[in-house]
Ligand binder design. Structure first.
Ligand SMILES: [Zn+2]
Length: 179
């Protein structure tokens, strides 16, 4: 029998897992701007999949990636008319439920938003609070930085990069009905 360095049983899971998510959407006139589950006052919104919430989509993909689940596009295909204009909170809740089903909880999240306008600074606290509430963590566990796309020629788009750290839950959580 060849020796193996990995003596863990096949079912063993690491105590922590990291996830990364990226998303981008194009600004379009005449639609509301949703970022992090919050509607921001702006003359343009983000078009594309569902309500175009670039931050919630990147967080959803980070959660799914951390547990090696199918990504947001596979679970909620943009081609399905069911998701047109949908509240992205639905996607985030499903990803979080899968994280809990896998025996993990969220430790912390860190996000970078890249967009020319509007300024995120004045809204950062309310976005962090909402994201923390959705993830069931303290707002001190949600990092949010906003940058302008200097030199990228990307003023017509909003981009989000997110990393999430999961830790093994002490007790396996059951799915709860969404509020
Ligand atoms: Zn998206």
């Amino acid at each position: 029998m060849p020796k193996t360095n990995d003596r863990r049983p096949a079912t063993a899971q690491p105590s922590t897992r990291i996830g990364y998510g990226f998303d981008s959407h194009e600004f379009r006139s005449g639609i509301p701007l949703k970022i992090g589950g919050i509607t921001l006052q702006h003359d343009k919104g983000l078009g594309g999949h569902s309500d175009g919430d670039v931050l919630l989509h990147a967080i959803t993909d980070a959660l799914l990636g951390a547990i090696a689940a199918p990504d947001i596009g596979a679970l909620f295909p943009p081609s399905d008319p069911k998701w047109k204009g949908a509240d992205s909170v639905i996607f985030l809740r499903e990803a979080l439920a899968r994280v809990h089903d896998s025996g993990y909880g969220v430790a912390n999240v860190d996000a970078s938003l890249i967009l020319a306008a509007p300024k995120i600074g004045p809204h950062a606290a309310v976005i962090r609070t909402r994201v923390a509430e959705l993830l069931g963590v303290h707002s001190g566990c949600v990092g949010l930085k906003a940058k302008t796309p200097e030199g990228l020629n990307l003023d017509a788009a909003a981009i989000a990069h997110v990393v999430v750290l999961l830790q093994k839950a002490r007790q396996k959580r059951r799915r709860t009905k969404s509020r």
